[in-house]
Design a protein around this ligand. Structure first.
Ligand code: GLV
Ligand code: MN
Ligand code: MN
Ligand code: MN
Length: 418
């Protein structure tokens, strides 16, 4: 019976990024495909039947003879990462799912578990949106939460379309999009994930030693979206162009980054980030002709998010005009705030209490496939303590004991729902 820490240790070398630190595993890149192969081998070694659906989601089935697969209990997460990400965001949910299946099979073999339905472990592609720009692309396609034509036209940094990359991966773009047959297989979905902020380490929850509880049950996912600001100026020579003759979109973009921080800081609970900025053509001795900035804005209230984006856009237009540039803004994706299923949340809380009595309910600012699936099936999440709260960074961390507690609680939760 594998434990979650040794499962994670087996993939520790895959996609390590020497330059950025951490791991870089974009969807359908060599490291992500290696992790999919690892998952396939782990599932097959457990006698699970693995299938890839028409949207590239992997399903490992622990069937219940005579019961079929409709309305099954599903758990899982993702194996792709942000550039230079941590070891746990995604893989913890997949590894703990496999380890939980081991526990449940042992209980069944001992006559201590009677199941009413099949169980599947799912692995979702492009959860981070770090290759094609839209997060949770696999679950959005499955749920019909994105127009397949829009998804298939998305391009990666090398100009490859999602349609072409999907085709090269053996998928048929014509068949991608809302998949009612597969949705009908999901009775409930439960995702275990590393906590990605300081939520469990706040005074409200910590003990005298300053240690928070190992686990929480998710209550909601903050509304979030991505917008692209494109600043157009005059490309020119760094040595011959006098300072007063320039229309430099990089200078405008720098001021826009400062404006983004100021606008968000003025709204309680708003978060706004420019984490990616691309000067075109991008040469040290070249004044850029264009700079693209990607804006990530999050707030519990849709109208406030819209107001934050609108204010940023207005300020960006003023900044651009002052610098002799122009700016355009395009929405690339948006997901409103999601509240997880109440009944499933209560069931998860009862199960988790066997491992961590009084585990709190916690809202998260991070996006998840569970947030997308919550729109179409009863969905819940478990969070595992992150001592520093740092995530999307090589310093993301989970202690072995907490990962083990997460696996134990996930196994109990699945048992109670099976
Ligand atoms: C993904 O992890 C996100 O929250 O953006
Ligand atoms: Mn994740
Ligand atoms: Mn992430
Ligand atoms: Mn995420």
């Amino acid at each position: 019976m594998a434990d979650v820490t040794s499962l994670l240790a087996a993939i520790d070398g895959t996609g390590r990024d020497a330059r950025r630190g951490g791991y870089t595993r974009p969807v359908y890149s060599t490291p992500e495909l290696e992790l999919r192969e690892w998952f396939l081998a782990e599932a097959v070694s457990r006698g699970l039947e693995v299938e890839q659906d028409r949207n590239g989601i992997l399903w490992a089935w622990w069937d219940l003879p005579g019961a079929g697969r409709r309305g099954a209990l599903v758990t899982g997460s993702h194996l792709d990462s942000v550039p230079g990400g941590g070891a746990f965001d995604g893989p913890l949910g997949v590894a703990s799912a496999l380890a939980a299946v081991d526990r449940l099979r042992a209980r069944e073999a001992a006559g201590d578990l009677r199941r009413n339905r099949a169980l599947a472990v799912a692995v979702f592609p492009e959860e981070e949106g770090s290759r094609f720009g839209v997060a949770c692309l696999g679950s959005r396609l499955l749920a019909g939460a994105i127009d397949p034509a829009q998804a298939l036209g998305l391009r990666d940094a090398d100009g490859n379309t999602f349609a072409d990359v999907s085709r090269a991966h053996g998928l048929d773009p014509e068949r991608m999009g809302r998949d009612g047959e597969t949705l009908a297989l999901i009775g409930d979905f439960v995702e275990l994930h590393v906590e990605q902020g300081r939520g469990l380490n706040t005074e409200e929850f910590t003990d005298a030693a300053g240690r928070g509880p190992a686990l929480a049950v998710a209550s909601s996912v903050l509304g979030h979206g991505r917008w692209r600001l494109s600043v157009h100026g005059q490309g020119n020579h760094a040595g011959t162009t006098l300072m007063e003759d320039r229309a430099d979109p990089m200078v405008a973009a720098a001021q826009m980054v400062l404006a983004v921080r100021k606008v968000a800081a003025a709204r309680p609970d708003a978060r706004a980030t420019v984490g990616r900025l691309e000067p075109v053509p991008g040469g040290t001795n070249v004044i850029a002709s264009r700079v693209d900035l990607w804006l990530d804005v999050r707030h519990p209230d849709d109208a406030t998010t819209a107001a934050v984006v609108e204010t940023i856009h207005g300020q960006a237009q003023k900044i651009a005009a002052f610098e002799g540039c122009t700016v355009s803004l395009v929405e690339e994706s948006y997901s409103g705030t999601v509240h997880f299923d109440d009944a499933l949340g209560r069931s998860l809380a009862r199960s988790v209490a066997r491992t961590v009595p009084g585990a709190p309910a916690l809202a998260t600012g991070a996006g998840h496939d569970a947030g997308v699936l919550a729109g179409v099936v009863p969905t819940g999440m478990l969070f595992v303590r992150n001592p520093s709260g740092i995530s999307h960074s090589p310093e993301e961390h989970v202690e072995d004991d907490d990962a083990a507690a997460g696996t134990a609680a996930l196994a109990d939760a699945l048992e109670d729902l099976l």
